[in-house]
Design a protein around this ligand. Structure first.
Ligand code: SAM
Length: 278
């Protein structure tokens, strides 16, 4: 693997400039730029010529992989990328940037909450998935397995999945979530094909040294594939984004301002999940 580092960082810098401000309450914590270069190149290499889906991607790894290819920094990359995310600001910013890359990589983005069943159109549709979910420190890894299951449901029998989650041998919860994620993956018919430990750092003020790994899963037993996609059970929504922070919001909505001279002072609003009684 060789590429021009300056061109690569400048390409990723375009993507970083396009990202909306991260919302810490939903575990949007952005990856540092050098680590984005490494992850995006890896994604482009693993998914060369493939149609892939990202379930959540505030970091912008999807656009980064596509932009590296579109800018001829690397010669490989996915054919198409679909993003599913519950944040309209991210969906719209990816669509806007993606239009400029459409000659080289087809990019589309859709509003979707992992609490909901996967829409029919995405079920079994892709060659591979990528997730960097809420890391599950306070929910026994349920937020990770929820994202994993949606990625798995969205992919074909012969498929790969890249999972980016916390990895620090000094922090037992990260190792337990890693183990539980691998256990769930095995139940769904996958094996670990590659593991890059403690690879990335984040803009995380209260824990700047916390790293994530990149774990590549390969499906080897299609008989274990789920046949349907169901809503997440209520019990799995608890502590989704940390202790006392359940999954209650359906979509983060972009605020539309009619005043074209000035930015809106509130750039987003929250649309709650409807609670059905009885
Ligand atoms: C949870 S963050 C994890 C940290 C990652 N470094 C980031 O900031 O993107 C990953 C992505 O998942 C999205 N996300 C969070 N909760 C979601 C949900 N319930 N359904 C779908 N996407 C969700 C976020 O908007 C974000 O883009």
């Amino acid at each position: 693997m060789t590429f021009d580092l300056r061109n690569a960082i400048n390409a990723i810098s375009d993507v970083v400039q396009n990202r909306p401000p991260p919302l810490r309450e939903f575990d949007q914590i952005y990856m540092k730029v050098a680590d984005m270069v490494i992850q995006a190149e890896y994604v482009a290499r693993v998914f060369n010529g493939k149609d892939i889906v990202f379930v959540g991607d505030g970091d912008g790894i999807a656009l980064s992989a596509a932009h590296l290819k579109a800018q001829d920094v690397i010669e490989y990359g996915p054919n198409s990328i679909t993003l599913l995310d519950f944040d309209e600001r991210i969906v719209q910013s990816v669509e806007r940037f993606g239009e400029k890359l459409s000659d080289k990589v087809r990019i589309s983005a859709h509003l979707y909450n992992v609490a909901d069943p996967l829409p029919e159109i995405h079920f079994g549709a892709y060659d591979g998935f990528h997730i960097n979910p809420p890391w599950g420190a306070s929910n026994g890894g349920e937020s990770v397995t929820a994202f994993y299951e949606r990625g798995s449901q969205a992919t074909k029998a012969q498929s790969l999945g890249i999972v980016v989650i916390a990895d620090d041998p000094e922090l037992p919860w990260t190792q337990q979530v890693l183990r539980d994620t691998q256990t769930r993956a095995i139940q769904l018919g996958y094996v670990v094909a590659e593991m890059q430990p403690q690879l990335h750092l984040y803009h995380l003020d209260d824990n700047p040294d916390l790293r994530s790994c990149s774990c590549l899963f390969r499906r080897v037993d299609p008989a274990c594939m789920e046949k349907t996609s169901e809503p997440l059970e209520q019990s799995r929504l608890r502590n989704f984004y940390g202790r006392g922070s359940p999954l209650r919001v359906k979509y983060v909505r972009q605020t539309v301002t009619l005043n074209t001279d000035r930015e809106s002072d509130r750039l987003y609003s929250l649309e709650p999940i409807e609670v059905t009684n009885g």
